[in-house]
Ligand binder design. Structure first.
Ligand SMILES: [Zn+2]
Length: 433
């Protein structure tokens, strides 16, 4: 390696500071007000520690202050990925679209190491907050969350569900000689007592929310079963996410009043009406057709039909005015993609559904923050909120595809990416809980 290259690498990685900036100023060519859906030109954002303390066109910058010049860029809030699985990276073609193999073959430790890369990749692509919805072996999501919070590794702020709660079998097709293979991916719960115990176990280990699988088998959770889970999670002050695939599963979850439907491929007008009335989010995870291997057995024609159906229900939900949060549910290790680049590519599905750029930006920011209960701290570029900021080269209200090339990422006042280069240095000192 020549000396110039070494120097360049050192410089690239030297800009990252371990602790939040004290009194930093960002000169922004424009800032997106995602709530209004407007670009406001020539703004200065003042950041103290991990929060935005002022924003406006006429903020004076003291001499010698730390200034980040983004005057040729558009700044917007960091994005929220509301349905991911950091420690699940299925290998194709080995696993042939079945995460069963990945979960059974790989150790939790190996998957956690993959999760480190996935977390970094999501941050690099502008996702400053994520909701991890399970399949992380033995609670690797919570260890990743802790490692990010303590500064061992770079990654988004996150919430994790721990182990997914499901009826017998979890989401696997087991055989009677190995019923234990659903461990540790799932906590199986077929009675209300088992459900309560599973929720308590997750809460004990520190999960931020609870996820149930409603209807992957012919024995599905009833509305009464789910209402019991809603009652238990409400009592504990956490939210309940429901994986639903079938029409009946969705109806049961909606009747019970969960906080979000994950996937929910089959929803009708009555469902949308009830979701709107109850404030239930749709996190649609609508896979692009090229993810055929995962759900349609590499049948690209079938994948296309499924995609069209899903985009149609996304469109109907959008027109019905339900709350939608962005979730890509990427678990596949695909050629030419990282976790982050693959995740942001899912905005194509939203655009295909006819969602306007302004609404897409809301789906990617404020909506996700609200679903996570983080609306006080995240989701908009506002005084008092965390300085979770990204920058792109054009106006995403005109061309949302610029979101695929994020050039700058700041989370809680710490710069992680600048001029398109991601950098990170582990801080020398830390205090632990
Ligand atoms: Zn998922």
């Amino acid at each position: 390696m020549n000396r110039v290259l070494v120097l360049a690498l050192v410089l690239n990685f030297a800009f990252v500071i371990a602790s939040p900036a004290q009194d930093t100023y960002i000169r922004a060519g424009g800032v997106i007000d995602v709530e209004v859906g407007q670009l406001i030109e020539n703004q200065i954002i003042r950041i103290d520690g991990e929060r935005i303390v002022a924003i406006g066109p006429n903020i004076s910058i003291p001499a010698g202050a730390d200034v980040i010049d983004l005057s040729d860029s558009v700044v917007m809030p960091g994005m929220v990925e509301a349905h991911t699985h950091l420690a699940l990276s299925t290998q194709q073609p080995r696993d042939f679209g079945r995460f069963f193999f990945t979960n059974v073959i790989e150790t939790t430790a190996y998957r956690a190491i993959q999760g480190v890369t996935n977390a970094r990749s999501l941050l690099e692509h502008g996702f400053t907050s994520i909701r991890d919805l399970g399949n992380n072996g033995n609670y690797a999501d919570l260890d990743l969350k802790r490692s990010i919070a303590e500064g061992w590794i770079p990654g988004p702020d996150m919430q994790g569900v721990g182990r997914i709660i499901a009826p017998f079998g979890g989401q696997f097709k087991l055989q009677p000689e190995h019923p234990e293979l659903s461990e540790p991916e799932y906590l199986t719960a077929d009675t209300h007592d088992e459900m309560r115990k599973a929720i308590h176990q997750n809460l004990h280990y520190g999960t931020d929310l609870i996820k149930i699988v409603v209807d992957d088998y012919r024995y599905i959770y009833s509305a009464e079963d789910i209402a019991y889970a809603v009652e238990q999670t409400k009592r504990a002050g956490v939210k309940l996410a429901a994986h639903v695939a079938t029409a009946q599963g969705a109806k049961n979850a909606i009747a019970a009043g969960v906080n979000s439907l994950e996937h929910a491929w089959a929803l009708d007008a009555d469902d949308f009406r009830a979701m709107k009335e109850k404030g239930i989010f749709l996190v649609g995870t609508d896979f692009p057709p090229d993810q055929a291997g995962y759900f349609a057995g590499y049948d690209t024609a079938l994948a296309r039909i499924q995609y069209d159906q899903r985009i149609d229900r996304l469109k109907r939900g959008y027109n019905a005015g339900i709350d939608i949060a962005f979730g890509a549910d990427v678990t596949d290790q695909m050629d030419d993609f990282t976790r982050g680049s693959r995740t942001i590519s899912f905005i194509d599905s939203y655009l295909d559904a006819g969602i306007s750029p302004a609404d897409l930006l809301r789906i990617l920011t404020v909506n996700g923050a609200r679903l996570m209960g983080w609306e006080e701290d995240k989701g908009t570029v506002s005084t008092g909120k965390h300085a979770d900021l990204i920058a792109v080269s054009g106006n995403p209200l005109d061309d949302p595809l610029v979101l695929k090339t994020v050039s700058f990422v700041m989370k809680r006042g710490v710069v992680y990416k600048r001029d398109g280069v991601f950098g990170w240095s582990v801080p020398l000192t830390r205090t632990y809980d």
